[in-house]
Design a protein. Structure first.
Lengths: 114, 113
């Protein structure tokens, strides 16, 4: 089954404790992206990757890091989480640049930073 | 860069009534337009999309949307609401050769019995 898998789905952590949210897709998609969803703001892009070893900042990259060492995986790293990073996070993937851009989403990771 | 505005953060309709969710876009080049639906505790899933060709597009679950270039709109409609349509709906825009998809703030649809 074609899917985007995120882990963990729920996480409560404390300020400053490094964490990683994993994302994996099995559709051989070149493009992957991370979004955060906050009430009234919709989805805002954090980082995206056009292919292996190619990443770039989205609209709200501060406080986040990503890596793309393999095509299927695109982890989101919070080196020193802060309460303003409490949010619902989504990973998404799609075919290469130039297509219609339809995104396939994971089920989301709800993060609370105390 | 392209952008979308969804009019109304909350829409409430009675079961069986018409559903109309409004979306206006801004883009300097021909856009690709999407509606995604998010059910509680789930990720977003594609409802329908407009790329080129026919301006009236049909999606899953009886939804449809019409691309109106003159009005820069892509409103989502369904003739008769079902309880199962209660969800949050997001309009999104992207452009050819650019994977930068921009989302609206979302509209939460409530369906009353």
């Amino acid at each position: 089954e074609a899917q985007v898998t995120q882990n963990p789905r729920y996480l409560i952590t404390v300020t400053g404790k490094k964490l990683t949210v994993t994302c994996s897709q099995n559709m051989n998609h070149e493009y992957m992206s991370w979004y955060r969803q906050d009430p009234g703001l919709g989805l805002r892009q954090i980082y995206y990757s056009m292919n292996v070893e190619v990443t770039d900042k989205g609209d709200v990259p501060e406080g986040y890091k990503v890596s793309r060492k393999e095509k299927r995986n695109f982890p989101l790293i919070l080196e020193s989480p802060s309460p303003n990073q409490t949010s619902l996070y989504f990973c998404a993937s799609s075919l290469a640049q130039g297509n219609t851009g339809e995104l396939f989403f994971g089920e989301g990771s709800r993060l609370t930073v105390l | 860069a392209q952008s979308v505005t969804q009019l109304g953060s909350h829409v409430s309709v009675s079961e069986g009534a018409l559903v109309l969710l409004r979306c206006n876009y801004s883009s300097s080049v021909p856009p690709y337009l999407f509606w995604y639906v998010q059910y509680p505790n789930q990720g977003l899933q594609l409802l329908l999309k407009y790329t080129t060709g026919a301006t009236l597009v049909k999606g899953i679950n009886g939804f449809e949307a019409e691309f109106k270039k003159s009005e820069t709109s892509f409103h989502l409609t369904k003739p008769s609401a079902h309880m199962s349509d209660a969800a949050e709906y997001f309009c999104a825009v992207s452009v050819l050769r650019n994977n930068d998809m921009r989302f609206g703030a979302g509209t939460r649809l409530t369906v009353k019995p």
